[in-house]
Design a protein around this ligand. Structure first.
Ligand SMILES: [Zn+2]
Ligand SMILES: [Zn+2]
Length: 267
């Protein structure tokens, strides 16, 4: 039973993830151009016409930029919470007109099923209308997506527990952010309760939710200005090693690229 996962791109300038089972192909967010997403799918040998949906986490442009184009071009439904739809409708210049039967409304904390895949949207602390993360269950395997998190809390941790693969935000290094060139209001936003998760908390979270069947951790949504892939990797690795969790033996730790498509992870 294969459950496939791939990061087409992940970072503060664009997010688009792919998840697939033998019967279902989905994108989570489409925050880059339609063309780039098509290229990514092509590299994975996935025909965009075979996509069953685009799941939106929230209405920020780095998550929705290509969603409307893809939906219209390949006849793909878009799934989002009611408030996220309202917010996207206010930004019609970005997402364009979406066919009524492509407007799927989902609710946080309420599972829905597409063929052999159970999808669970859960609420995330972020400065958007009604932002959600997602967990996916196929057979006895679970994959979790958790980015755009202003802070970590028990509710998010409980949602992403028991996963076999997690894509977790490791947005910034706190010292780089504080001493960096971002204007004060932006620093405050990112560090705030509804901003983004830093490397250290990503590491500490993984220590808390680690279990034997967690095989793959992908760090994602890295900041361009306030982080380096190596720094995110080392910070999280140090937290895990400090707790006696061996990395790159039984647990694969990797960083999703801001520009390039990842390998296909099989779960
Ligand atoms: Zn956001
Ligand atoms: Zn984002």
């Amino acid at each position: 039973m294969a459950f496939n996962f791939c990061s087409i791109t992940s970072g503060s300038s664009g997010n688009c993830l792919y998840i697939g089972t033998p019967k279902v192909n989905l994108l989570i967010d489409a925050g880059i151009s339609g063309k780039r997403i098509q290229n990514g799918l092509e590299q994975m040998n996935v025909n965009p016409k075979d996509l069953d949906g685009i799941l939106i986490t929230h209405e920020h442009s780095d998550h929705i930029k290509g969603a409307g184009i893809l939906s219209r071009r390949f006849d793909i439904p878009i799934f989002a919470t009611a408030s996220t739809w309202d917010a996207m409708d206010e930004m019609e210049s970005m997402i364009g007109k979406i066919k009524p039967d492509h407007r799927q409304v989902i609710e946080k904390d309420k599972d829905f099923i597409i063929d052999d895949l159970i999808i669970h949207p859960y609420s995330i602390p972020h400065d958007a209308a009604d932002p959600v993360g997602y967990t996916f269950v196929h057979g006895d395997k679970k994959i979790s997506i958790a980015t755009d998190l202003g802070h970590m809390n028990d509710y998010v941790k409980n949602n992403i527990r028991e996963s076999n693969l997690i894509l977790l935000e490791s947005n910034h290094d706190i010292d780089m952010l504080k001493s960096g060139s971002y204007p004060y209001y932006l620093k405050r936003r990112i560090l705030g309760d509804k901003g983004h998760l830093c490397n250290e908390i990503a590491g500490k979270t993984l220590v808390e939710i680690f279990h034997d069947k967690l095989k793959t951790v992908i760090l994602g949504h890295l900041s361009k200005e306030n982080n380096y892939p190596d720094l995110a990797y080392m910070s999280v690795k140090n937290e895990l090693m400090g707790a006696g969790i061996e990395v790159d033996g039984r647990l694969e730790l990797t960083v999703a690229s801001r520009e390039e498509i990842s390998k296909i992870f099989e779960v």
